[in-house]
Design a protein around this ligand. Structure first.
Ligand SMILES: Nc1ncnc2c1ncn2[C@@H]1O[C@H](COP(=O)(O)OP(=O)(O)OP(=O)(O)O)[C@@H](O)[C@H]1O
Length: 241
């Protein structure tokens, strides 16, 4: 990948019949950037993400993820990205280690690599002591961080997080974001959707989608200036109420 951009999207559009769910969105995300993708319910975020990760074909426009075309190379995209949704898919009745091994296997890692990744994830998340515990017994915040780590078990360049911290309090969300920063510091790109405006403040740049269109895109600092707001909450309310 010879471009400074992890994600390049140009007039990407999705129609369902006469309805335009995603209306010619255009943006670029730099490698290593933490990019917040915001919008009210029904704004078109999920439809856009499905196109970006190669699950849904665009009606019009162009998208490149890790250098691969969303329209013609969806399989290559799937191998080069991580994805974690709010309803992340850890197995409650497997242990922490078994979950890591299971997903390592799905991604086709060698036994040696799975062993290395298991040790790395347990140490980084400080989960070594509970490595043999069933996932069902872990607090939600730990499960979310484990699901995040597992979504990157195959070392993707870009990770998509779709409302990754639903249902936990701001302190636990903050811990999750420490992990996001560590990932970005290693040069990986993080594309994250959230309904929590404290999280929008943590992003390098934020886009706000309204009725299928990106109506604003900048750093949280610049957006607050542009909309004469004191918080991202206020920016969001002014745009996407
Ligand atoms: N397969 C589909 N057929 C028809 N309309 C659809 C389809 N999928 C989504 N839509 C419509 O497209 C619009 C955008 O939906 P989308 O799920 O992308 O929004 P969203 O921003 O992700 O919302 P939320 O935050 O609630 O997930 C909605 O009006 C939805 O009803």
């Amino acid at each position: 990948m010879n471009t400074p951009f992890a994600i390049e999207v140009d007039k990407l559009t999705k129609r369902f019949g006469d309805f335009i769910a995603v209306n010619a969105i255009t943006f670029k995300v730099k490698k290593g950037e933490i990019f917040g993708f915001l919008g009210a319910n029904g704004a078109g975020k999920t439809t856009a993400i499905k196109m970006l990760i190669g699950l849904s074909k665009p009606t019009e426009g162009m998208g490149k993820i890790a250098g691969f075309n969303v329209d013609t190379e969806p399989e290559k995209i799937k191998k080069n990205i991580g994805y974690m949704s709010q309803k992340f898919s850890l197995y409650d009745d497997l242990t922490v280690v078994e979950n890591i091994q299971f997903y390592g296997g799905i991604y086709g890692l060698s036994r040696k690599k799975i062993k290395e990744k298991t040790t790395e994830i347990l140490e980084e998340l400080e989960l070594t002591e509970v490595s043999k515990s069933l996932v069902i017994s872990l607090p939600l915040g730990w499960k979310q961080r484990l699901a995040f780590a597992i979504s990157m078990v195959h070392d993707p360049e870009i990770v998509f997080l779709d409302e990754p911290t639903g249902g936990v309090d701001p302190r636990v969300r903050r811990q999750f974001w420490e992990t996001i920063y560590q990932v970005a510091e290693k040069g990986r790109t993080v594309f994250v959707t959230t309904h929590y405006m404290d999280e929008a403040e943590y992003c390098d740049r934020v886009s706000i989608m309204v009725a299928g269109k990106i109506e604003a895109l900048d750093t949280p600092h610049n957006l607050k200036q542009q909309f004469e707001a004191t918080s991202m909450d206020e920016v969001f309310l002014k745009l996407a109420r």
